[in-house]
Design a protein around this ligand. Structure first.
Ligand code: CTP
Ligand code: MG
Length: 233
């Protein structure tokens, strides 16, 4: 008998304030090609046939989400107003909020709202590579530059080997119960994979590409715009 297809849901933390953008409003709502930045990743996730549901985690006091029309993406898209003080808190609050809809073995793909250039082929590669994986994994890119450590005053004291170093991206894809338990134990982490590593497990690194950048500083918004406009459709 065929095994039932495992469910995949996406969870999009979008409760940050975007301080490094220095724009005065949360970066997930900055305009990118005529749409709020978050709309791009949410559209791609909602269009993916293997993803059953897309949850966005917004801050409790979010004033902007409801100003936009999301009806074309419903009922697949679900908003949760339960963000926390850190990204990890927002993800954990989201995982707790959806507990009644989740089986322990369902896959959760956590994707930053601030990565608007997520493409269908990134998702396909992640899902295909991890479909039979015990632990799960994440999109990542091998480090290309020579790395330096400074002395705290702007002088280089050391060259850090880039051998075996990767830059972590999102989505990061883990089983629901494994991820929730790992985050409950390791709260001071900047991504899901670190919580899984702290539990003694080894997430698979699935090679992505640099176009899946995170919009962090003002220049990144221009780069993201260029990528989306020039991408072969
Ligand atoms: N995030 C979140 N809850 C928080 C902090 C961050 O859901 N308390 C989300 C952001 O909205 C973003 C993602 O996590 O989609 C990645 O975080 P980051 O790029 O650091 O975004 P911000 O925290 O908003 O930006 P900054 O660190 O510059 O303030
Ligand atoms: Mg942040």
């Amino acid at each position: 008998m065929q095994r039932p297809r495992p469910r995949h849901v996406a969870l999009v933390p979008a409760a940050g304030s975007g301080n490094r953008m220095k724009s005065g409003r949360p970066k997930q709502y900055l305009e990118l090609l005529g749409r709020p930045l978050i709309r791009h990743a949410v559209d791609t996730l909602c269009a993916a046939p293997d993803i059953d549901r897309v949850y966005v985690v917004l801050s409790v006091g979010d004033q902007e989400w409801d100003r936009y029309d999301w009806s074309a993406l419903e009922p697949k898209l679900v908003s949760l107003f339960c963000g926390g003080a850190s990204r990890a808190d927002s993800v954990l609050n989201g995982l707790r909020a959806i507990r009644d809809d989740m089986a322990d073995s369902d896959w959760v793909l956590v994707h930053d709202a601030a990565r608007p250039c997520l493409a269908p082929w990134h998702l396909e590669r992640l899902l295909q590579t991890l479909s039979d994986d015990e632990v799960g994994g994440l999109l990542a890119v091998p480090v290309a530059d020579t790395l330096k450590r400074d002395d705290g005053h702007g002088h280089s004291v050391e060259t850090v080997s880039r051998e075996r170093l990767w830059q972590a991206q999102t989505p990061q894809m883990f089983r629901y119960i494994m991820l929730r338990r790992a985050l409950e134990r390791a709260r001071e982490v900047t991504d899901e994979a670190s919580a899984i590593e702290a539990a003694g497990l080894h997430p698979r690194l699935v090679e992505g590409d640099a176009t899946n950048l995170k919009v962090t500083y003002p220049l990144d918004l221009h780069v993201a715009e260029w990528i989306l406009e020039n991408r072969a459709r």
